[in-house]
Design a protein around this ligand. Structure first.
Ligand SMILES: Nc1ncnc2c1ncn2[C@@H]1O[C@H](COP(=O)(O)OP(=O)(O)O)[C@@H](O)[C@H]1O
Ligand SMILES: [Mg+2]
Length: 394
């Protein structure tokens, strides 16, 4: 039986068209985004696209996005069949390629072909696009906008880039807009616009060029002048992308663990979304300990294990069972030590579980829906693994 929260997540994905999966890095964002997509394609239906940012290599290979590229690929039905599932819809995946994303923007916003080629060929542009601070965040959203607007997908789920501050993501379109309208950009382009200034600074340019290599400063100035020519397009687009974040069809899913730092960050992010009128759809608490561990009966069971570990019958039996086809069996006293160790460690785990429960309660106050996903036994690197995890989500 699905829980109420799992039903609510299924309804959320059926109702929304764009899902931004965000939260601290390393909490399982990429995995959860892919699991949401696989499960939605399997059970909700429609054309579902997952835009991943940094999938683990084995997952990327399994999904068929082994090579970097902006193009979307369909996960073949055979991959679902291998997991014993006939999907109701289609699952598509694409990888975020920041460089290709920038080129695409330039192609769109350059007023003419000549300027376009000049920008794309500018050495500084080529160097800078991969380093543009936070440009990952912006390009990710830009891609989301583009893929959604293409009308090819019923649902686009986007895994967001790891960033130091969760707000970077929400602020990315505004920052892009500001950059193009900024005084910094104007100032940087002034020397080449103003003849007087050029004359005055000529010796400086000559020296600098000699030190930095010929054309270095010209490249910089040219770069910013070219960029300024694209300002209207970029600014209008950034505004559109920004509007997307508060669109009715958009929702955010925060992924967190119940460790102190990510949980704190998740709460902060949930509050930031609320204050910006952005919709928080659900909170996924990944790798949480099962509630059963907190039960007093579990503590009793651990104490019991501690006691029976000293008994000869159990340790003898386990020692016998531990023999492999090649490995020799453990001795009963080794088995005893292992059991005692496990039984005593259990109390630490129970303390962690209790702490997790406290944090979960705090987070419940800021999230409309909470779903928990356990730590899976095996590494998640194929559709079967994603579907198994996804079954906890919706
Ligand atoms: N619930 C889970 N159970 C088992 N392994 C998980 C789980 N969630 C994530 N992982 C593993 O943890 C690693 C990091 O996950 P990933 O999704 O790449 O994190 P993030 O995108 O937040 O940095 C991956 O190897 C992934 O397979
Ligand atoms: Mg990731």
């Amino acid at each position: 039986m699905p829980t109420r929260a799992q039903v609510a997540v299924a309804e959320l994905l059926a109702a929304k068209e764009m899902v931004l999966v965000c939260g601290s890095g390393g909490t399982g964002k990429t995995t959860i985004a892919a699991a949401l997509g696989a499960r939605a394609a399997a059970t909700v239906g429609g054309r579902v696209l997952v835009l991943t940012v940094d999938p683990a290599r084995r997952l990327a290979t399994a999904l068929g996005v082994g090579q970097f590229g902006n193009t979307e690929v369909r996960v073949p039905d055979e991959a679902f069949a291998a997991a014993g599932v006939k999907p109701r819809g289609e699952m598509w995946v694409a990888m975020l390629d920041t460089k290709a994303g920038w080129d695409e923007l330039v192609r769109r916003h350059a007023p003419d072909a000549k300027l376009r080629e000049q920008v794309l060929a500018n050495p500084l542009y080529r160097n800078i696009t991969s380093r543009f601070v936070h440009s990952h965040d912006y390009i990710a959203m830009e891609r989301l906008h583009e893929l959604h607007a293409s009308g090819s997908y019923d649902l686009v789920i986007i895994d967001t880039p790891p960033s130091r501050n969760a707000l970077d993501l929400l602020d990315a379109p505004g920052r892009m807009r500001d950059f193009f309208g900024s005084r910094l950009l104007r100032w940087l382009t002034v020397p080449y616009r103003s003849r007087l200034f050029t004359m005055a600074s000529k010796p400086f340019y000559q020296v600098a060029d000699r030190v930095l290599g010929s054309r270095f400063l010209q490249d910089i100035a040219e770069f910013f002048i070219l960029f300024q020519a694209m300002e209207p397009g970029f600014v209008a687009r950034a505004k559109e992308v920004e509007r997307l974040l508060t669109d009715q069809r958009t929702t955010f899913v925060i992924v967190s663990t119940l460790e102190a730092a990510p949980a704190h960050e998740a709460r902060f992010l949930a509050e930031a979304l609320a204050s910006r009128h952005m919709s928080l759809g659900a909170l996924v608490l990944n790798r949480t300990l099962p509630a059963s561990i907190r039960a007093s009966s579990a503590t009793k069971a651990a104490n019991e294990l501690r006691d029976v570990a000293d008994g000869a019958r159990l340790t003898k039996q386990l020692a016998k069972d531990s023999a492999g086809s090649v490995d020799p069996a453990a001795s009963p006293s080794e088995v005893r030590d292992v059991l005692i160790e496990i039984a005593e460690r259990f109390h630490d785990t129970a303390i962690v579980a209790a702490r997790e429960a406290d944090r979960r309660r705090e987070l419940a106050a800021v999230a409309p829906i909470i779903v928990d996903t356990p730590t899976m036994r095996d590494d998640i690197h194929d559709i079967a693994g994603l579907l198994e995890l996804g079954a906890y989500l919706l």
